[in-house]
Design a protein around this ligand. Sequence first.
Ligand SMILES: [Zn+2]
Length: 139
Amino acid sequence: MPGGPVRFTLDDGETLRLSEDDLLRVYEELWRLAPKPGSVSTAAVVHAARRQTDLYHAPIDLTATQSAMLREAVALLHVDDLKEAEVTKIPAFHTSEEETPAVYHNNDECSEGKKIEPEHKVSGSGTDRRLCEVCAGLG
Ligand SMILES: [Zn+2]
C-alpha cells in the first residue's frame, strides 16, 4: 500500500491525520458540499495530497476556510470526531534488543521507536521499562 496517513495542520494548530481510505471519502464528501465556499479548493488540496505520495510525511497547512471545510467533511463522514481521527498513541511496544536505558514507546511518530526493526519489535511496555522521552514529548 503506497504512502501512509496524510497529516493536515488546521488553522488552530491542530493536526488531523487521515488514512488513504478516509482521504478518498473526505474528497467525495467535499464535492457534495460544493456550493459552499472553500469546499472546492479544499477538495483540490485533498486530491493533491492523495497524488503526492512522496510528500505524505510533510503536514499540509490549511487556511481557516479549508480547515472549516475539512472539519465539516470529516464530521459528515462520521469518520470519528477529530480527536479520534488524530490518533497518534498506539499500543506500547519496545525492542527485544538490549538497550540502556530500557524504554518503551507508545507513539507511532516516535523517531526512536521507528528505529526498531520489525523482527525486534515486541508489544507491551515490558518489565522495568519507562516511557521513552521522545514519546513523552509527543504527548
Ligand atoms: Zn518513543
